[in-house]
Write a protein that binds this ligand. Structure first.
Ligand code: ZN
Length: 656
């Protein structure tokens, strides 16, 4: 590992300790093999003036919820050093009390919660302290002779601490073990199965010591000549993937998205002959358990759903073995799966979370193989991992977990998604937590939506092969399919039957009818594995209230309605709901230009405003209104409705 220290950059920080702290924290954060997604923490001791102008000795410590890669000055909490040192000398202290006392010792109550390792940082008698969960250091310690190997790497230059829970117990342990320590001859502290601390009176010394110690661990591993498995040619089984994601969602009790990774390293690991034994020993560092659970589900040739259910049974047993009566069992679902022949799959309430787990897994599978090459991958005891997973601080976080959104983790596909109703549907679905494959013939669809929850796909829905390709792509992107909004269609020109162009008729049938049947045909095999799966077809007010000159459009939409009714009959037993929406003119779409509106209003002898609200409720129907109804129909509100036709037209006297 190379030092990324740059004199010019450092000079910009002047002598400001906090600026320097931000600078080298970010340098550490840049190395994924040191810290991942909020892992690790750093601090600096400084003097600041409080509100009254009195000088205070404080510890600026990384706030929880901040990531070292992107941390700013606001990400550090200033905590009174004297109070932290006082706490370090206590015999016992619950972590909940520790967090409260740390908060009460903060100079600014609006700063983030100080890291749980704040007391430990306070004990170390140097200005700057850097802490990482270095892959190399942890991999060496996760072996049967971990301690001996660390001694081989560093000699007597580091203090080695056996594993104890982070938080107060660890701080207390370090407090005891450093009484009378010759700090000047101590280059760092290695926490077995956890990570590395370095320190120094200036930012550069502490940071570069860290890099130096990590490099030594890396060279030690390199010398062992361990080969990391790699493989090519992953098998693809999208139905299996949607089955797996469906089974995990059902066990978890909420919909999740799945991210399949099948690059050389992931597939190589999944294909290892003894992967079932290697992958199920535990986590790389204990804090990963929050994201990955202690172990993944390892799939074999038996039924995917049964294997996920077995995992749940085993997880419940693990909980019972280790829990006391005060604890609440977490959900029983795995956070990742090892799928020999296919790769590794991570699950999460959003693709963002699934990718975070996936990053952690990348580092874990490499460390497993390195440790295996150094005498065997040996992690902490089940009890230690359990204690971390059910740590009072983690349970507290869980209790105040963020608001659950109605369609969180759901996977939708919307056609005609570039503009109008389709676009509004994508936006509303995403706002409610769903992930969406946005399909349109307009090539700009691939860049239309900026959210990580949307993937744009170009497709001409009159081409059945192209439809199958995008449906498969949606499943590949998010792991399954729950909601299909079959919306793409066209307004054909007004022509009476006697003078109708054959092309007009054919085009309307192809786009307004046949394409919907083809989409359903491609989607149904996936939908049956979905979570409360549903198809919503965009009909028209023209079905119950046709007008002259619109036979091509009305007949196709009437056929579409009949298709939905038959589909509801065919799919009900498998739990798939199929309903039709009948919107009347939705004017905030591209086809209704001011000019068209004025012309049409005039032909009815109405003002534009009167024309737009020409319905019983005298209200205008917007794309957003239709999208909101679509979301409601995809939600539990409509869980017991199928084969229905629901108007959204402000009320129509020809229908009522
Ligand atoms: Zn740590």
């Amino acid at each position: 590992m190379k030092s990324l220290w740059n004199d010019q950059e450092a000079l910009k920080c002047g002598n400001d300790p906090l600026k320097l702290r931000v600078y080298t924290s970010r340098l550490l954060g840049k190395e994924a093999s040191l810290v991942l997604h909020g892992g690790g923490n750093t601090s600096v001791k400084a003097q600041v003036k409080d509100f009254f102008g009195d000088v205070q000795d404080v510890l600026y410590i990384k706030g929880s919820g901040w990531d070292l890669a992107t941390i700013e000055a606001a990400g550090f909490a200033a905590v009174k050093l004297s109070l932290l040192k006082k706490m370090a000398a206590l015999k016992t202290l619950s972590d909940t009390d520790m967090v409260r006392e740390q908060r009460s010792a903060m100079l600014d109550p609006n700063a983030p919660n100080p890291s749980v390792e704040a007391i430990l940082h306070a004990i170390i008698p140097f200005k700057f302290v850097d802490h990482s969960h270095s892959d190399a250091v942890v991999a060496i310690t996760n072996t049967p002779n971990g301690r001996k190997r660390i001694e081989e790497v560093y000699g007597k230059r580091v203090l080695i601490i056996p594993y104890v829970m982070p938080g107060f117990v660890l701080a207390r342990k370090i407090f005891e073990m450093t009484q009378g320590l010759d700090w000047e001859n101590c280059a760092g502290i290695v926490l077995l199965n956890h990570g590395l601390f370095t320190f120094g009176d200036d930012a550069k010394t502490s940071y570069e010591n860290h890099i130096r110690l990590v490099t030594q661990a890396e060279s030690y591993i390199k010398k062992q000549g361990i080969v990391i498995a790699t493989a090519k040619k992953a098998k693809e089984d999208l139905l299996g993937l949607s089955q797996l994601r469906g089974a995990v969602s059902r066990v978890q009790g909420v919909a999740v998205v799945a991210h399949l990774k099948n690059d050389g390293a992931s597939l190589g690991f999944a294909n290892l002959p003894k992967v079932a034994k290697l992958a199920t020993r535990g986590t790389l560092t204990p804090d990963h358990v929050i994201r990955t659970k202690p172990i993944p589900v390892v799939l074999s040739s038996s039924s995917i759903s049964l294997m996920v259910q077995d995992y749940a049974i085993n997880y419940k047993e693990y909980f019972k073995r280790n829990a006391n009566e005060k604890l609440t069992c977490l959900d029983l679902a795995p956070r990742w799966a090892v799928w020999p022949g296919h790769g590794l799959v991570s699950f999460g309430p959003s693709i963002k979370e699934a990718l975070i787990s996936s990053d952690i897994i990348d580092h874990t599978i490499e460390a497993i193989q390195r440790a295996e090459g150094m005498g065997g991958w040996k992690v902490l005891s089940e009890k230690d991992i359990f204690e971390m997973e059910y740590w009072e601080l983690e349970q507290a976080k869980l209790a105040k977990a963020g608001r659950f959104m109605g369609l969180q983790g759901k996977i939708a596909l919307v056609t005609g998604a570039f503009s109008g109703i389709g676009r509004a549907c994508v936006e509303s679905l995403v706002a409610q937590g769903a992930h969406v494959a946005a399909v349109d013939i307009n090539p700009l669809i691939t860049t239309q939506f900026k959210s990580q929850q949307v993937r744009g796909f170009v497709c001409d829905v009159s081409d059945s092969k192209a439809i199958q390709i995008v449906v498969d792509a949606a499943v590949r992107a998010f792991g399954g399919l729950d909601i299909v909004v079959s919306n793409a269609g066209i307004f054909t020109p007004s022509e009476n039957i006697v003078s109708m162009n054959e092309a007009t008729w054919e085009k309307s049938m192809a786009l307004n009818l046949t394409s919907h049947q083809r989409l359903m045909k491609a989607a149904i095999p996936y939908l049956v594995h979905g979570i409360d799966p549903t198809v919503i077809l965009m009909g028209s007010k023209n079905v119950p209230a046709p007008g002259p000159g619109a036979s091509a459009y009305s007949v196709a939409k009437a056929g579409l309605t009949q298709l939905a009714r038959v589909a509801a009959l065919e799919l009900g037993a498998q739990g798939v709901r199929v309903n039709v929406l009948h919107p009347n003119q939705v004017f905030d779409t591209a086809i209704w230009t001011d000019e068209v509106l004025q012309k049409r209003a005039k032909s009815y002898g109405l003002s534009v405003e009167e024309y737009k609200t020409n319905n019983i409720l005298k209200t205008e129907i917007t794309s957003k209104d239709v999208a909101n109804l679509v979301c409601a129909m995809a939600s539990k509100v409509f869980a017991k409705t199928t084969g229905a036709q629901i108007p959204i037209d402000g009320g129509n006297d020809r229908v009522i």
